[in-house]
Write a protein that binds this ligand. Structure first.
Ligand code: G3P
Ligand code: CA
Length: 330
């Protein structure tokens, strides 16, 4: 099935208890939606999507490898090279954090502000993402910061990389990839971002795969964002994120979620968290684990998968070790 773009708008659930339980946040309204990007940004380059070559060895422990912001330990986060590399390294999901631009386009970027990862004209490339049009953002360079911060991994071709829209990501990978999309805190609470996201998933023929095979997972720290999606599509697979120190509300999350995404420190502090999640039928995907030692230790806890900036390292841990875990929930 595919959701028609006209399927709008439904009343949105409010669940104050859930709102209080997790990371708080919420508040800023997204700008009015518009099809006009206010400019003529250059299209993303069309190039063959790389696949692992040679084929990667099988996993001894089957867990879900989530490339956090792409293979962001190796390439600038939320750029096409970071997503390409993640797929090449055998990540099962590529993660997108999405924010709406001033003209209502969902772009892939983690921070609310441009200051850490964008370089370029100050009027376009500093300040809040949501205050800029897509055309403005397309004038910014999202790769040079990585070269400056990571000289040992710097590559000339990272200079000048553009911010991808979520649509451009779907155009590039289509049904060949699996997407783990985060609705960020501080986006609209009126459901417009959630509706735009579901519309885009439908437009790119990912809707059936999302429902039947979890080709798309939708995550958020903000329960109301997930409940907005739940209201629009009760079958959508959702992942409730928990910040460090947040109250763990697995039974509540189980009423609307496929899984949970706790901060790794919470899993370390609560050895029963994995069992508790599994007892409720919830997948558990901690974030963000990067060293080989930490990856192996977390994998040995029999989580269902995890977020890492280094999908190659995590994959190698899973290739080298049979941790005797049950089949992951996926
Ligand atoms: O979505 C899991 C993890 O990415 C949450 O942390 O801040 O990197 O989005 P953050
Ligand atoms: Ca994220």
């Amino acid at each position: 099935m595919s959701m028609p773009r006209s399927r709008l708008p439904l009343p949105l659930l409010l669940l104050p208890l859930a709102l209080a339980a997790c990371d708080g946040g919420g508040g800023r309204m997204a700008a009015a939606l518009s099809d006009d990007a206010g400019g003529d940004p250059a299209p993303m380059p069309a190039a063959p999507v790389p696949t692992p070559d040679p084929p990667l060895p099988p996993l001894l422990t089957d867990q879900v490898i989530v490339a956090h912001r792409g293979a962001s330990g190796h390439a600038p986060e939320h750029t096409i090279p970071a997503y390409d590399l993640a797929i090449q390294m055998g990540a099962e999901y590529i993660e997108q954090d999405v924010l709406p631009t001033a003209d209502g386009v969902l772009v892939c970027i983690h921070d609310d502000t441009l200051d850490r990862t964008a370089r370029g004209p100050a009027e376009n490339c500093t300040g809040n993402v949501s205050d800029k049009t897509l055309a403005q953002l397309k004038t910014c360079d999202f790769g040079s910061w990585f070269n400056e911060a990571n000289p040992e991994r710097a590559r000339p071709e990272y200079e000048g990389l553009q911010i991808p829209t979520l649509e451009e990501v779907f155009q590039r990978y289509g049904q060949s990839a699996k997407y783990y999309i985060e609705i960020k805190p501080n986006t609209s609470t009126d459901g417009s971002v959630e509706q735009t996201l579901l519309d885009l998933i439908a437009e790119y023929d990912l809707y059936e795969g999302m429902l039947a095979e979890r080709q798309v997972l939708i995550q958020s720290f903000i329960p109301s964002s997930l409940l907005n999606v739940f209201t629009l599509e009760p079958e959508a697979p959702l992942v409730q994120l928990y910040a460090a120190g947040a109250t763990f509300t697995a039974p509540l999350a189980a009423s609307y979620s496929f899984g949970i995404g706790p901060n790794t420190t919470e899993v370390e502090l609560n050895p029963l968290m994995v069992e508790e999640a599994h007892a409720l039928g919830l997948a558990i995907h901690p974030y963000t684990i990067n060293s080989e030692e930490d990856l192996a230790a977390m994998a040995a806890r029999c989580v269902d998968g995890l977020f890492t900036n280094f999908p190659d390292r995590y994959r190698q841990v899973l290739v080298d070790n049979d941790f005797g875990c049950p089949a992951p929930i996926r």
